[in-house]
Design a protein around this ligand. Structure first.
Ligand code: SF4
Length: 209
């Protein structure tokens, strides 16, 4: 990556971290995926019950693979047939891993969900939530974070899943009411009542969608 972009990401990350702190949430900055993995593992005590929602970024930094170790009780929802049981187990997890669909430079997190298992677990349930967020997801304000979530993250996710939605055909959100839509519930996290629950690892690389 170009040095000027690296420097810009590191500077912007400090602004985001201050914004998070003002909202009773924690933030830290990793220069790259390798550093992010190290920081994330330091936040997850051995023996923890861990699960995740979506999370391309979690996989991209190698965290998903690292958690397959016997040191952790990792709940892999894709391997559990009873999806309701997997969802309920996630609410009781020690650690929930996720990314965001957009994030403001003053620390507000934006997430969109189809089934709402991810946004509901972020909102309440797991004792600690760790977000892995590539700096490509940081936008100036809430309006631009919502636009990013709807016009970048959601259409690419629809393409990945193979939904029959107009965004897959035109490459931007058409505000559909298709039965296949993944844009059912919107979560804006602007403050945490619980100190230490929400933790954001910002990464100076492009991660996820
Ligand atoms: S509302 Fe519909 S068209 Fe817009 S991003 Fe979501 S699924 Fe795609």
């Amino acid at each position: 990556m170009d040095n000027n972009r690296k420097k810009h990401y590191a500077t912007l990350a400090q602004t985001v971290i201050k914004g998070l702190q003002s909202r009773n949430m924690n933030g830290c900055y990793a220069q790259n995926a390798e550093e992010a993995l190290k920081i994330a593992l330091e936040m997850i005590p051995e023996g923890s019950t861990v699960t995740m929602g979506g999370g391309m970024s979690v996989r991209e930094i190698g965290l998903f693979d690292a958690l397959q170790s016997d040191k952790y009780n990792f709940i892999d929802r894709d391997k559990i047939e009873d999806k309701r049981a997997a969802m309920l187990a996630a609410y009781d997890a020690d650690i929930y891993l996720a990314s965001v669909n957009g994030m403001t430079s003053d620390g507000v997190l934006v997430n969109i969900d189809g089934n709402a298992n991810r946004v509901s677990a972020i909102a309440q349930g797991p004792k600690k939530v760790i977000f892995i967020v590539g700096m490509n997801k940081v936008t100036p304000d809430l309006d631009s974070a919502m636009k990013r979530a709807r016009n970048v993250a959601a259409p690419i996710n629809c393409q990945r899943i193979g939904t029959n939605t107009p965004c897959v055909k035109v490459g931007r959100c058409m505000d559909c009411k298709s039965p296949d839509t993944i844009c059912c519930q919107f979560l804006i996290t602007r403050f945490s009542r619980h100190a230490g629950r929400i933790n954001v690892i910002l990464v100076g690389e492009e991660l996820g969608f």
